[in-house]
Design a protein around this ligand. Structure first.
Ligand code: G
Ligand code: G
Ligand code: MN
Length: 765
């Protein structure tokens, strides 16, 4: 099955094909009719000519026979024959043949001799003649002489018995045949042929092509036979003639080439062919134009569908009221619907459903198409607090009203980016500083109090800016950068700030750092350093503080301040601390083995204090190992659930785990906290201790803190003891324990054991 790309071609090919087939049939019918009639004309003519020749043959035979009979009955001649008077016979024969106008005459004696006038006959021919006359009882027939057909006619010489034959021989030559041909209405070929064992004799040139047909024609016995020959179709008629040689029958062959018969029709065939071709061409052109007219609206529809697929406008012209016209109409309606729906979807994708304002995506698109502008986000300060105070609905109205004011002030559309965040594109002459100043001024739109549902509401805004194009660093989405800038502005206590990529860092990298950390716990990249704690009364090292260290294979040393804080934020702090507890217990055993019984302190984030599963783990591990541990509670983050935390601290105390309040003075610890926590130790932050010998105020604070702690039943450890002076002062103030570079830096376990072998105060001496 052929596939057409165009309906037009298909119709054209279909019609042209059908018409072509019809033409072919007509041509075939005409050709067959003409050839059939031509054939019958030729056949008739051949038959008629054959009949004419029969008559010619008969009359000539009769005429010659009569002539021969006259001689044969002549008394003198018979006597001459009987007496063997050869000269008389010979001259009589010559006379007669001249008179009859034949080629030769002869006397064939019954004893075998022959007297000839004209062409001489060889022995074989004479035998043939004799046999034909006596056995075949022929008196007239064809005789082959030197390969040429001749007519032989004989009359018997009786005296009174048969003593010989008078025979006339006349060549059946071309002149006779030409005369016969001229008698016919059509220019046929005539010849007399004899059939010998080796084929047809007497055939010349073009006739030999007929040899095959001749045999069939002989078999048909006088009817015309048509067939193919090497020279094209021909029609042949073979009329048998009597032959003296029984082995070589003779025929009159009449032939006519059919091409000759059809020749007169040739111009007609050409004309017919030409007319057909012109007709076909006209039909093809006509169908092509007609079908183009017919398929044009369909083609237009097809193209419109493609345009519709490509998201372009796709309406088609309606040119008719038929099915195609109606189809075009429905298509237009459908395309319109699709366009409307698309527009609605696009609008929905780019607008906030609640307020109808453009949304974050819209703002991002605006930013993407502008190279120089800043994206400014305005965040409603204390959004949750205000929303909880006035309710969701009023908050929505508040944001919409502030957005409207911003839009009026800038003349730019305002997008709603988040619940309490609006954003716009700020196009301003000048540099970043000018943009920040302009954004800060815009925050003042909130200065005028708003009246919502009858009540006055005071709101304030903070602005975050980000350059629409940020080549490197920071967040990918400009709106995210501006959002972070709001937080950065609030943190810096300003009304507006530009996104600071350096300050923001790379939270994505931090996250991967955390997963590295969990893996590192299994390897020896994370290890515990120990810093000795020196008892000022016993003048001996009585404990150590475990401080976590991380040698990252790619980043070298990572400060605990960084990874501990991050672990607290991402929830990894528990796994980290549990590892620390196990490590401390194991190392304490190793120290004991080396002969050093030391209390080991572990830093525990305040955030972990309300974690029940950590508490259970710690209590379990400590009681099983009978370890002597102290938990230094670091307050880097707010304690989530103070009630739970206090309960857990009590359980630690009951299990013999000492509890210490770390970094006292710099953290979030308050007097209320001191009162409620049943701590055993208070660690004064190194910030106070390190300036002890310079600042009288710090000395006073340290002294009174030591007294306060003692009166609350806690021992006091001073951190960051670096000088002899500080050490002496602390001793004078009644401090219990000192920790700092003066005694030792944080050391690896083996280094710690080496250090413990030496005098406790070697450096302080
Ligand atoms: O020694 P150094 O500067 O490295 O310690 C920095 C801070 O890291 C200290 O204030 C200490 O509280 C904290 N820290 C060290 N190790 C741990 C630990 O195992 N757990 C917790 N929560 N904090 C630790
Ligand atoms: O948990 P805490 O915040 O107390 O941890 C003690 C921190 O103080 C560790 O980071 C430790 O390296 C550091 N440190 C310990 N002794 C000294 C000291 O004498 N001088 C200074 N500058 N830092 C110290
Ligand atoms: Mn500590």
């Amino acid at each position: 099955m052929i596939r057409f790309r165009h309906l037009r071609t298909r119709l054209t090919v279909l019609y042209a094909g059908l018409f072509g087939i019809a033409l072919l049939f007509v041509a075939l019918a005409v050709f067959t009719a003409i050839t059939a009639s031509a054939r019958s004309v030729v056949r008739g003519e051949l038959t008629a000519t054959g009949a004419v020749y029969d008559q010619l043959w008969e009359s000539r035979s009769a005429q010659l026979e009569q002539g021969a009979a006259v001689l044969a009955q002549d008394f003198g001649f018979r006597e001459a024959v009987a007496t063997n008077d050869e000269p008389t016979v010979s001259s009589a024969l010559e006379n007669l043949s001249a008179r009859q106008g034949v080629d030769g005459a002869l006397l064939l004696g019954s004893d075998g001799y022959a007297i000839t006038a004209g062409p001489s006959l060889d022995e074989a021919t004479l035998n043939t003649l004799w046999t034909g006359l006596n056995d075949g009882e022929l008196s007239s027939g064809v005789l082959d002489l030197n390969g040429q057909p001749h007519q032989a006619v004989a009359a018997p010489v009786m005296a009174p018995v048969l003593i010989g034959w008078v025979v006339f021989i006349d060549r059946l030559d071309q002149t006779q045949m030409t005369r016969l041909e001229e008698l016919s209405a059509i220019p046929l070929n005539a010849s007399v042929l004899t059939r010998a064992a080796d084929g047809w004799r007497g055939m010349s040139g073009p006739e030999s092509a007929l040899a095959g047909l001749m045999d069939r024609a002989v078999a048909e016995d006088g009817a015309a036979v048509g067939g193919r020959t090497a020279q094209g179709e021909a029609m042949v008629l073979a009329r048998p003639l009597p032959s003296f040689d029984a082995d070589a029958p003779a025929v009159l062959a009449l032939s006519y080439p059919m091409a000759e018969a059809l020749k007169p029709y040739e111009p007609m065939f050409w004309a017919l062919g030409g007319i057909s071709l012109v007709g076909l061409a006209l039909l093809v052109a006509g169908t092509w134009f007609l079908s183009r007219g017919l398929t044009r609206p369909i083609t237009a529809l097809d193209e419109a569908v493609h345009r519709l697929q490509a998201g372009e406008d796709a309406q088609v012209e309606i040119t008719s009221t038929d099915e195609i016209g109606r189809l075009a109409e429905s298509f237009n309606a459908m395309a319109g619907d699709i366009r409307d729906r698309q527009a609605r979807l696009t609008h929905m994708a780019l607008h906030d459903m609640e307020t109808g304002l453009p949304n974050r995506l819209w703002l991002e698109r605006q930013a993407a198409s502008s190279a120089s502008a800043h994206v400014v986000l305005f965040g409603v300060d204390r959004f949750e607090v205000v929303r909880n105070a006035i309710g969701f609905e009023a908050m929505g109205q508040l944001v919409a009203a502030l957005g409207a004011r911003l839009s009026t002030a800038t003349g730019a559309p305002v997008a709603r980016v988040g619940a309490g965040v609006m954003g716009l594109m700020l196009e301003i002459e000048g540099d970043d500083a000018d943009a920040i100043a302009a954004a800060a001024r815009l925050c003042a739109v909130a200065n005028e109090p708003l009246k919502l549902i009858g009540a006055r509401i005071d709101a304030s805004l903070t602005a975050g800016l980000a350059r629409a194009v940020q080549p490197t660093g920071g967040l990918d989405a400009v709106v995210d950068r501006a959002g972070v800038a709001i937080d950065q502005a609030r943190a810096a206590g300003s009304k507006a700030a530009l996104f600071d990529a350096a300050a923001y860092g790379d939270p994505g990298a931090n996250l991967s750092l955390m997963s590295d950390l969990i893996c590192a716990l299994e390897s020896d990249h994370v290890w515990m350093a120990y810093q000795p704690k020196f008892d000022l009364r016993q003048n001996a090292i009585t404990g150590v503080e475990g401080l976590m260290r991380w040698n990252h294979p790619k980043r070298d040393f990572i400060a605990p301040d960084l990874f501990i804080g991050m672990a607290e934020e991402t929830g990894q702090i528990r796994a980290l601390t549990e590892w620390g507890v196990r490590r401390a217990i194991a190392d304490q055993k190793a120290l004991a083995k080396a002969g050093h019984r030391l209390k080991v302190s572990i830093n525990v984030s305040g955030r972990l204090l309300s974690d029940e599963s950590f508490a259970r783990f710690a209590l379990n591990a400590v009681s099983r190992a009978k370890a002597d541990l102290c938990f230094e509670i670091t307050e880097t983050a707010v304690i989530d659930n103070p009630e739970a935390a206090l309960g857990i601290i009590d359980r630690f105390a009951a299990a013999g785990i000492k509890v210490s309040i770390d970094d006292y003075g710099s953290g979030l610890s308050s007097l209320a906290y001191l009162k409620r926590i049943a701590a055993d130790e208070l660690k004064i932050d190194k910030a106070f201790v390190m300036s002890l010998d310079e600042s009288a105020k710090d000395a006073l604070l340290v002294k009174s803190t030591i007294d306060l702690a003692h009166s609350l039943g806690m021992t006091v450890t001073a951190e960051g003891v670096e000088t002899q002076t500080a050490m002496a002062l602390l001793r004078g103030m009644g401090c219990d324990t000192a920790q700092g570079y003066l005694i030792a830096r944080p050391l690896a376990l083996t280094a710690l054991i080496e250090r413990l072998e030496k005098p406790a105060l070697e450096a302080a001496a």
